[in-house]
Design a protein around this ligand. Sequence first.
Ligand code: DGL
Length: 260
Amino acid sequence: MRRPVGIFDSGVGGTSIWKEIRKKLPFEDTVYLADSKNAPYGTKPESEILRLSIKNTELLLAQGCKLIVVACNTATTNAITHLRENYDVPFIGIEPAIKPAALHTKTKKVGVLATKGTLASSLFGNTSKLHAEGITVMEQEGSGLVELIEAGKAQSEETETLLKTYLEPMLAANMDSLVLGCTHYPYLIPSLKKILPLEIQIIDSGEAVARQTEAILKQYNLLATSTVEKGKSIFYSNTGTDVLQSFVKDYKALVEYLDF
Ligand code: DGL
């Protein structure tokens, strides 16, 4: 039986992860949930992030998903332990890529741009402690950025101005690596490149998530068996379809409204 890979995020950001998965696993069917009605997750209490993650998971399971990618740092760091303990499919999560940044930095100063919910989580705190010994990790909440991206304003003056206020203190403190700790933020890369000096490395975890998805599908013997036609991709949004559609316009994908 053909079963899809399920992916969810608080909104359109996780499409950055979906694109990496699509590149690596083109024959997989996918179902994507953009919970834009409840975005941002990053300012919500842990209990609410957990409740929303459970709601998304159950909807994806009702669609027959064989594996779930939590394409949201905030939901991963606040809910994935609970999801893994309570549901019977493999879960892939995403966390800020502190380890590669710690390996790369020469100045020993790493910046992390993420949501309040991610930065406050104990999972993030533990990862940071584990991989960043001897390194200064500068944490910056990206307040307002998810809202701008959800409004289709990733490339706008407003976004650039806000980004500058977040980046300037980290640049002044000699950061040479910037970790994008939110799946919405890869859509800010064109703006980030305008602001950051060339030598600053921008690090995100999208490709690593796709690699891990492939490895786990293989391990559980769940890879798509047909390699003739590309997999079908369906995207659901619980607000409107326009913004979500604009993020996946280069793909043959179905984008629909669903009340969830
Ligand atoms: N894409 C989510 C993340 O990776 C955004 C969180 C939010 O909605 O605040 O954290």
